[in-house]
Design a protein around this ligand. Structure first.
Ligand SMILES: [Zn+2]
Length: 614
């Protein structure tokens, strides 16, 4: 369906001059079938937060507010021009450029503070990020309103005890690939940016590997300001429900967070106050959930599991309190933006009132050094609980298009609360924490990415030979398709071996006794599905080098059998039990070659050593 719609959109943009690619051109009204009439209706909404909207006559009205339907979000250039004007007019606001996109656009943050040029490190910092997926841009329009109200309309006291950093648009290139056809499942704004970057990358899969300039810049900003709370603002896809603002951290109530103290604060302190604030303004807050089956919404929900490539998974591993907001795609842009405003304002209030407790929680989690680290989470097959759920009524009908029964959302709240099974996640791998890792100096790319994360390390300026445990990758499996510009390599079996290895100048010893130690383990253990190796970044070790001619190995094999009766017995047993092997001359000779010292002993040997406690 997505492909078909994309095709229609492409054809249309080629044939119709009315379909401009810029935000400022509003497409001509039309009765085309792709004008969103196919979307289910949204329940009527008239929340108290509408009072936050300022009239078009206001000198500081935002483009979103000025639009009669509140269904518009300004271009990159118009957004920047508006913030530049705000910056010039208010001492509380300044703009900080922190990166450049692949297409050359500055990436900037808007900082709201009473501290002047240097932020007081004792104050909590809220980092609010919009537009990592540019079609899901609610945070930009909400942030503009909130900063304006802080600057001019009596909300400056929010900054008495907290600083605010807003990234209005992170994926700036994707934001400018704008059209009415970017988000088929989403109700506004009427012109939307594109999910991926100009280089077709999904930035919300790049929190660990840090391939992209946007994410490298973001990580520098995060390390520089060390946010007390990081809020990553999105819009959902998937099923309909009554909730307009859903948000989550990790797992059901943070059940399997890697930051238990932070999770407790988010769950026990922030969440009740946040839900009260949202409900008080007419919103319907809910937990971040994903349907097990979009065509059978009562079958159950899960929380999407724990993946460190995503913002909230990364935040949990890095001990940065991180909330993923997913506003509901079928609610109007206006309702979603206003809910986001209430969320951000309340987050500032909570940091002002309880930021010290959160600081204490962060410190506790950053002191954790678990000996074992769960990894590679998978969805449970059995529900862990049943949850009350505010559903939307639906029916099914026979579709001539699909030839099967399809679901039709009716846009009316179900008066009966649903009780739906809830599925959690569980780790399928446990990683042992070594004392340190040794990264060879020639992998400057790996060392640089660790540094970008803020990982501390010792860099060698002279060769050093150390005893390390090295891992042989026994069963590397290359993925059949590419993913984010990589060919993933899954490794389920490794054989450790202790070796003396010489690390050359520029090599790095990376201790795990640091706050980011868990993150280091997840990045550097090749079996971790969030590791650099899992993204296929060590393909060079998968090639075997050198070989032995048949005329050399055949007589050598005879000699080996003569010298070693056990080896001879093992060979004969293999012949007896494996007819395919017995019939394959090359495999038989290879069996002996692998058992000679001529065999390439670095084949599939992962080059990052593990330093084990003596
Ligand atoms: Zn998103």
């Amino acid at each position: 369906m997505r492909v078909l719609l994309a095709l229609i959109a492409t054809v249309l943009s080629l044939t119709s001059p009315a379909m401009s690619q810029t935000h400022s051109d509003v497409p001509a009204p039309n009765a085309q079938p792709w004008d969103r009439a196919f979307l289910p209706p949204a329940p009527q909404w008239d929340g108290a937060s509408r009072a936050l909207l300022r009239p078009a006559s206001d000198p500081w009205v935002t483009a979103f507010e000025a639009d009669p339907e509140h269904d518009f979000s300004p271009t990159y250039a118009d957004t920047r021009a508006w913030f530049d004007r705000l910056d010039a007019a208010s001492d509380l606001i300044r703009i900080e450029q922190f990166g450049i996109s692949p297409e050359g656009r500055p990436i900037y943050a808007v900082i709201a503070s009473k501290d002047g040029a240097t932020l007081d490190p004792s104050k909590p910092v809220l980092l609010a990020q919009a537009g990592i997926h540019p079609g899901e841009i609610d945070g930009k329009d909400a942030g503009m309103m909130l900063l304006r109200d802080i600057a001019f309309y009596g909300k400056d006291s929010l900054l008495d005890r907290v600083n605010l950093i807003l990234i209005p648009i992170l994926s700036v290139d994707g934001h400018e690939r704008a059209s009415p056809y970017s988000r088929p499942n989403q109700r506004g704004p009427r012109i939307q940016g594109w999910r991926n970057t100009g280089t077709n990358q999904n930035l919300n899969r790049d929190f660990m590997k840090l391939d992209q300039p946007e994410m490298q810049a973001l990580m520098r900003l995060i390390v520089k300001y060390d946010p007390t709370l990081y809020v990553d603002i999105h819009v959902t896809d998937g099923i309909d429900y009554q909730y307009d603002v859903t948000y989550g951290f990790n797992g059901e109530n943070g059940a399997y967070s890697r930051s238990p103290a932070i999770s407790a604060w988010l769950n026990d302190t922030l969440k009740p106050a946040m839900n009260d604030a949202l409900e008080g303004q007419g919103h319907i807050p809910g937990e971040l959930v994903f349907a097990i089956d979009d065509r059978d919404p009562k079958a159950g929900m899960n929380d999407g599991g724990l993946g460190e490539r995503f913002s909230n998974g990364f935040g949990s591993a890095a001990h940065i309190p991180t909330i993923l907001i997913e506003n509901h795609s079928l609610k109007p842009h206006e309702q979603r933006v206003l809910g986001t405003y209430v969320f951000l304002e309340q987050a500032l209030v909570q940091l002002a009132n309880h930021g010290t407790d959160l600081d204490t929680a962060i410190a506790a989690d950053r002191a954790l050094r678990p000996a074992q680290i769960p990894a590679n989470f998978d969805g449970d097959t059995q529900p862990t609980s049943t949850r009350a759920f505010k559903g939307i009524l639906y029916e099914t009908y026979e579709s001539r298009a699909s030839g099967r029964s399809e679901l039709r959302w009716l846009g009316r709240p179900d008066p009966d609360l649903w009780q739906v099974p809830f599925y959690g996640s569980h780790p399928t791998l446990t990683l042992d924490r070594p004392v340190a890792y040794w990264v060879p100096g020639y992998r400057t790319d790996i060392i640089e990415r660790l540094r970008l994360h803020g990982v501390t390390m010792e860099t060698l300026d002279a060769p050093r030979t150390v005893s390390v445990e090295m891992l042989r990758l026994d069963d590397p499996k290359l993925a059949a398709t590419t993913n984010e510009g990589h060919v993933a390599v899954a490794v389920t079996k490794v054989t450790p071996q202790t070796r003396d290895w010489t690390y050359h100048p520029g090599s790095a010893r990376v201790p795990t006794d640091q706050p980011l130690g868990n993150l280091v383990v997840l990045l550097l253990e090749p079996q971790s599905n969030e590791s650099f190796a899992a993204w296929g970044m060590f393909p060079e070790v998968l090639n075997r080098v050198e070989y032995i001619e048949g005329y050399a190995i055949a007589p050598l094999a005879e000699a080996m059998m003569a010298a070693d009766p056990a080896l001879k017995a093992a060979f004969e047993s293999r012949l007896a039990t494996d007819p395919a092997f017995a019939a394959n001359a090359e495999a038989r000779l290879g069996w002996f070659y692998e058992r000679t010292p001529f065999y390439d002993d670095r084949y599939r040997l992962y080059p990052i050593g593990r330093e084990i406690a003596p």
